[in-house]
Design a protein around this ligand. Structure first.
Ligand SMILES: O=C(O)CCC(=O)C(=O)O
Length: 384
């Protein structure tokens, strides 16, 4: 991967020693939680209740070994192609080879840029002001590019391998177990943390609509799957404050003030090997630090909701334009699931495909016409 070579890893400057101690201690706390292992089923084919108990206790769980080497190779090939096709610089319509750049002509939000090791959202009003505290921004090495892409939305239109992960039968069985058989999509993304360049994502919680709802509970704002191409470490991974998804009110500013830094003492890192997939509750306090390590992190994010959290709800403004999410919109957005299941069936014919209950009786074929139809599909994301 040529970009991997273009910058040496750097350190946290004045914070380096404290950061290294924090990473080590966080890793120990993470492995003591008891929230990791393969996806296990009961005799009647349901997700094992111990997994669901641990997920609801902690607000996240690491499913080990979900994606096998052949699938990881597909994802890596697509990811390299994506990197190759990024605009030569922010705003450029062409890539470094002069071809139309990735996402050129897309109307929906796609590419998010940051200065190297920066924190583009922390302490700003962006994204409904849900990232109240700016993270420490280490200094990038001399010669680093002015800006890098750290987040790609609407990612399934750019990678068939990512689309196939979206149709993974075991992951969709988990989605049904957590959000109900009639679960709905939210959005999909790729987070890219390049060594020595990758931006931080300031501490935040994802939901913005239902905090005052009378029936609010620990699962109201859904969850994200985070599938790891190269794995993730304490240094480059997402950190979570275990149990914080159960709290209706949290004050992230006060938490950082009490800690005296952005190193929240109760948080733990999500540690994964290549092919592991984490599930993270969107209500949990979470974030990630600038990647000063030598390791890439490439995460395929796939979010899902309970139907009752989106149906008839007016929301949006962060990932998609404000709208009322009616049955027709949810049905249209869920077409990606139908395509994903069919795309997966074609690539992995020995697997038993997932049956998405709201699409029983419908037929989705992943072909060239379907591929052309999903440009800008994320205009219909279901952000809450
Ligand atoms: O991958 C990351 O660094 C941040 C992920 C995140 O904040 C999210 O999915 O909401």
């Amino acid at each position: 991967m040529s970009q991997a070579l273009r910058q040496p890893a750097v350190d946290y400057g004045t914070e380096e020693a404290a950061m290294q101690a924090y990473l080590r201690e966080g890793e120990q706390r993470a492995f003591a939680l008891g929230n990791r292992g393969p996806i296990r089923l009961t005799a009647d084919g349901k997700i094992h209740p111990d997994i669901l108990d641990a997920y609801w206790r902690c607000g996240f769980y690491v499913f080990e070994g979900v994606l096998k080497p052949d699938e990881l190779a597909d994802i890596e090939a697509d990811f390299k192609d994506i990197l190759d096709r990024l605009p030569a610089e922010k705003g450029s319509p062409v890539d470094a080879k002069g071809r139309p750049a990735l996402a050129a002509g897309c109307k929906a939000p796609t590419l998010f840029w940051s200065k190297p090791l920066g924190d583009p959202f922390g302490g700003t009003d962006a994204a409904a002001g849900r990232h109240p505290v700016k993270m420490f921004e280490p200094k990038a090495a001399a010669g680093a590019p002015k800006e890098v892409v750290y987040l790609i939305l609407g990612s399934l239109q750019f990678s068939e391998a990512a689309l196939r992960v979206y149709g993974h039968p075991d992951l969709l069985a988990v989605a049904a177990a957590v959000n109900g058989d009639d679960f709905t999509p939210f959005n999909e993304a790729i987070f890219i943390k390049e060594p020595g360049l990758g931006a931080s994502v300031a501490w935040h919680r994802d939901g913005v609509t239902h905090w005052n709802a009378p029936d609010w509970d620990q699962g109201t704002h859904g969850f994200n799957f985070m599938a790891q191409l190269y794995g993730c470490t304490a240094a480059n991974g997402v950190w979570v404050v275990p149990g914080s998804h159960k709290l209706n009110k949290v004050d992230i500013k006060a938490m950082c003030a009490a800690a005296g830094s952005d190193r929240l003492p109760d948080a733990v890192p999500i540690i994964c090997r290549p092919g592991d997939v984490a599930i993270t509750n969107r209500q949990a306090v979470h974030g990630s630090f600038a990647n000063t390590s030598k390791d890439w992190r490439v995460t395929l994010n796939m979010g899902f909701h309970r139907r009752k959290s989106v149906l008839g709800v007016e929301a949006g403004g962060i990932h998609n334009a404000r709208a009322v999410y009616d049955e027709a919109r949810i049905h249209e957005r869920a077409k990606l699931l139908g395509y994903a299941i069919d795309a997966r069936r074609k690539r992995f014919p020995n697997e038993t495909p997932f049956v998405y209950q709201p699409q029983v009786g419908e037929s989705y074929i992943w072909d060239a016409a379907a591929k052309a139809s999903i440009k800008d599909y994320n205009l219909l994301d279901l952000s809450i």
